[in-house]
Write a protein that binds this ligand. Structure first.
Ligand code: SF4
Ligand code: SF4
Length: 700
């Protein structure tokens, strides 16, 4: 049924001659064809990546991604202004897009059946909703404009971390951003102009339901009738052509993130980096075609928001690594090598170190595109993956490329020697396995051998807590507290090996498998209820890596065990310490395994006044030791992250203790306070030292 004259509605092609309508449909068809071609180029590129099964539990994946995308939760995390501006743009865009689809459906489909949606109350509600969301859309765009041009956050500084490629011109990135923003702004503004000049031609009362358009129409009511008609026609064409330009431009620009980011969030692995994938048939990634389709999609999904760049400790230390730059360099190379050149790419001048060969088979990505020094700078802290709002999995790509470097022996002497020790002795200290439990000597009670006697807890001690003289005293304290609390525990003694967590992240897959298998065999030969470990790196390997090798053991960090005992009332403290302290969350505990509450519960129980650093819990800042960095030559760091972290704690003011719960952290931060000369102001302690102090004589 067609609308009656007095029924609220509007003509879709108001004012446009039939030939103009034909021209518009032809232009629309062309824009859609360009869009489809650009989209297909992308799909063709992803099909050149290695296969990877990411289509499991598709319903759950889609549901999770929808919640993330529509709620915009990851975008707002840690960036209120940028996040809310993006939410307004997203919802404004979505509602305006749906509105346009309804108009097309009504005009191009339903009317041929004699139906009309856009009339009466539906039309009034439709007009009001679109008008309001149009305002939100423009408000979001203006906020983004202010953020980019006035506030200029550090994250949006596109300067590269790698000084060897300073000659790289990234002005194309800024141009692409500007086109994106201004195109949407113009589309929004001209949309209101079209609406206002249409309403102004008759000022029907029901158009009050388009409050913005009606108000603007009122303002334009003084124009002559010809001006209103001509103005409407011109603004209609400008608006229409801008929309078609937008459609055609999407697959060649940042606008494509609408699709790539949505797909990336659907196919994202929530455990990316926590448990690494097995290497492909080649030892790691050498060619661009070694990357999986999901990794090629990762490169395209990057919106250059810079959150990973700002969060990265390697970047903060002044090395050549920035996870943002790494992803963008891989994108640039993939696009060149796989035949999908970008419209506005970063351009490498002749002074830059950038491979010129475009034959994908001829370029070693892990040496010529991303420099070995850059790959070795990664501490595998996972901050980039955690910070990325669109589910990019930087760390797996880094480790796959490291595997290739290991295969080519492109690693420094210190690391080579540590790996040799790990292979020969099962620990990075190059010490005999027989000395592993030597730290237990001098304890006033025997420590059980879990291979010979059944125990409740098998304590997986780890290399640092076993061999490093600075940490051995802490191990004795842990043993004393556990013993005093009546915990039945034992060790693997000389059968324990390095867990292989960092060996795997270095890229030495064969050695990781060897160490893991030896540990698994020893663990299977012991009788215990659960594993407890003081080492967050071992905790991650045992919890997340070993299950893929068929070894699933219940595992706890010692802070969890202590918190449990405290909650159960079997561990109580005669003293309340009253210290003002800050706590450093170890990456492998907090970020990798979301374990942030137990250490804090223990600190509360011993009466510590906890003052949090700005970067805490899952947003902690890496000490710089992970991913094998502790074994490497780190002279490329201009400012050590451990020292930056100590400065962050000192900036809290009157804080006397810097509490850690990881043997590597303890060693790193002890060195940092020494080199900064601030031992008199800040004392590095392990959580167990506070527990021991609160127990006074070390017994419960
Ligand atoms: S894992 Fe950490 S160090 Fe490595 S690139 Fe990511 S943020 Fe940087
Ligand atoms: S990788 Fe993710 S966090 Fe980093 S710049 Fe790109 S979109 Fe932002």
């Amino acid at each position: 049924m067609l609308a009656q004259l007095d029924t609220p509605t509007r003509a879709i092609f108001h004012n446009l001659a039939p030939w103009m309508q034909v021209v518009f449909y032809i232009a629309g068809g062309l824009a859609c064809a360009v869009f489809a071609w650009g989209f297909w180029r992308r799909i063709r590129k992803y099909r050149r990546g290695r296969a990877e099964p990411r289509f499991d539990r598709l319903g759950a994946r889609l549901g999770r991604a929808c919640v993330t995308i529509l709620g915009n939760t990851t975008v707002r995390r840690g960036d209120a202004l940028g996040g809310w501006a993006h939410t307004l743009i997203l919802w404004g865009f979505l509602v305006l897009f749906i509105g346009t689809c309804i108009v097309a459906l009504d005009h191009d489909v339903l009317r041929w059946f004699g139906w009309k949606l856009l009339q009466g109350n539906f039309y009034l509600g439709f007009s009001a909703i679109l008008d309001v969301f149009g305002v939100l859309f423009l408000a979001g765009l203006l906020a983004m404009l202010v953020r980019r041009s006035v506030l200029r956050p550090k994250a949006l500084d596109y300067r590269r971390a790698d000084p060897h490629n300073e000659a790289c011109d990234r002005s194309g990135f800024a141009t692409d951003d500007a086109i994106f923003l201004w195109l949407l702004l113009l589309i929004g503004v001209t949309g209101y102009a079209v609406e206002a000049l249409r309403i102004a031609q008759g000022m029907p009362e029901f158009e009050r339901w388009s409050p913005v358009g009606y108000a603007l129409a009122h303002a334009a009511s003084g124009f002559s009738a010809t001006t209103k008609v001509d103005g409407h026609l011109w603004s209609w064409w400008i608006h229409g052509l801008l929309v078609l330009l937008f459609v055609a431009y999407v697959p060649f620009s940042k606008m494509m993130h609408i699709f790539t980011d949505a797909a990336n969030l659907v196919f994202h692995d929530a455990n990316a980096g926590r448990r690494l994938p097995a290497p492909p048939s080649t030892p790691g990634y050498r060619r661009i075609t070694d990357f999986t389709w999901k990794e090629l999609l990762d490169f395209d999904a990057c919106t250059k928001c810079g959150r990973c760049h700002v969060a990265c400790p390697a970047n903060a230390a002044g090395t050549t690594l920035s996870p943002r730059d790494l992803i963008l360099d891989l994108r640039t190379f993939a696009n060149t090598a796989l035949g999908t050149p970008e419209w506005l790419p970063q351009r490498f001048g002749t002074a830059s170190r950038w491979p010129t060969a475009t034959d994908p088979a001829a370029v070693d990505v892990a040496a010529d595109v991303i420099r070995p020094e850059t790959l070795w700078s990664c501490t595998t802290c996972l901050a980039c993956v955690e910070a990325c709002p669109v589910g990019i999995e930087h760390l797996t790509s880094i480790v796959q490329m490291r595997r290739n470097l290991v295969d080519q022996s492109l690693l420094d002497d210190n690391l080579q020697s540590a790996l040799r020790s790990l292979g020969d002795y099962g620990n990075s200290f190059g010490e005999s396995a027989k000395k592993r439990a030597r730290w237990t000597k001098g304890l006033p009670f025997p420590v059980k051998d879990a291979r010979k006697t059944a125990v409740e807890y098998l304590w997986f001690v780890g290399d640092f807590a076993s061999y490093d003289p600075r940490v051995q005293e802490l191990s004795r304290k842990v043993a004393t507290v556990l013993h005093g609390a009546g915990v039945d525990f034992g060790l693997l003694h000389d059968a324990e090996r390095n867990s292989g967590n960092d060996v795997r992240r270095v890229g030495e897959e064969g050695l990781f498998e060897m160490l893991a298998e030896e540990n698994i065999e020893a663990l299977r030969g012991a009788e215990f209820r659960a594993i407890v470990t003081t080492d967050p790196h071992s905790y991650n390997a045992l919890r997340n890596e070993y299950p893929a090798l068929g070894a699933q053991f219940p595992v706890q960090h010692y802070s969890e065990l202590l918190a449990e005992r405290i909650a159960a009332g079997s561990l109580h403290f005669p003293r309340r310490l009253g210290h003002r302290a800050t706590y450093h969350d170890p990456c492998y505990l907090a970020r990798y395994n979301r374990q942030v509450d137990a250490p804090r519960a223990v600190m509360r129980a011993v009466g510590v006044q906890l003052i949090e650093m700005p970067r805490c819990k899952t947003e902690t800042f890496c000490c710089g030791a992970g991913g094998g960095r502790i074994w490497m030559d780190t002279s490329n760091e201009q400012r050590r992250t451990s020292e930056q972290r100590i400065e962050e704690a000192l900036a809290l003011g009157d804080v006397r203790y810097f509490v850690t719960a990881c043997p590597k952290d303890y060693a790193m931060y002890t060195d940092a306070v020494n080199s900064l000369g601030c031992r008199d102001r800040l004392q590095v302690v392990d959580l167990i030292e506070l527990v021991g102090e609160a127990l006074e004589d070390g017994t419960a």
